[in-house]
Design a protein around this ligand. Sequence first.
Ligand code: SF4
Ligand code: SF4
Ligand code: SF4
Length: 187
Amino acid sequence: MSEKPKIGRRDFMRVAATVAAGGGAWAVARRGDEATVWQLDPAKCVQCGRCSTNCVLNPSAVKCVHSFQICGYCDLCGAYLQPGAKARDTGAENELCPVGAITRTYIEDPFYQYTIDEKLCVGCGKCVKGCNVFGNGSLYLQVKHDLCVGCNECSIARNCPAKAYQRVPVRTAYLLKTRDSGSGKQG
Ligand code: SF4
Ligand code: SF4
Ligand code: SF4
């Protein structure tokens, strides 16, 4: 297994240059006069897993996000259950998430709600792939700016096979998925 890249001095300098935005400290860079941050385009992402393994942070600054506006509250959730799971229940052996970050809560027959514990999520994208293949794509990955240290050369951006990573102005920091957007909208 390849070793994770370490945070370099330049990146620590960047942490020191964080700004307060959206209720938390964000590490930003400047392009001309404009402050920028890294952003992931959920419409391009193919859930290759590198967002989990290539971030300098452990766990990654990339997390799974759930659009409840899109989600139909499935019984048989392809993001929660292993393909071919023997039972539709909360048994660990049936869960797809490797770190148990998804909670399945009964709402009303036959629907369950699925919530992500961001502190546990490692951004592997397995649930996102399951949701896109078997469901409606309500789960997606996004870089969290209150966690990201804003590396000058983000190794995820360098290695993303879908070129889904790019720097964008702070005012358009979060590309969010909604029922109307399909691919996403600026949040
Ligand atoms: S590296 Fe790119 S394609 Fe892979 S999970 Fe991250 S954003 Fe998606
Ligand atoms: S810039 Fe990229 S590698 Fe650095 S913390 Fe943010 S997401 Fe991780
Ligand atoms: S399967 Fe991966 S991306 Fe989804 S919640 Fe679990 S750790 Fe996060």
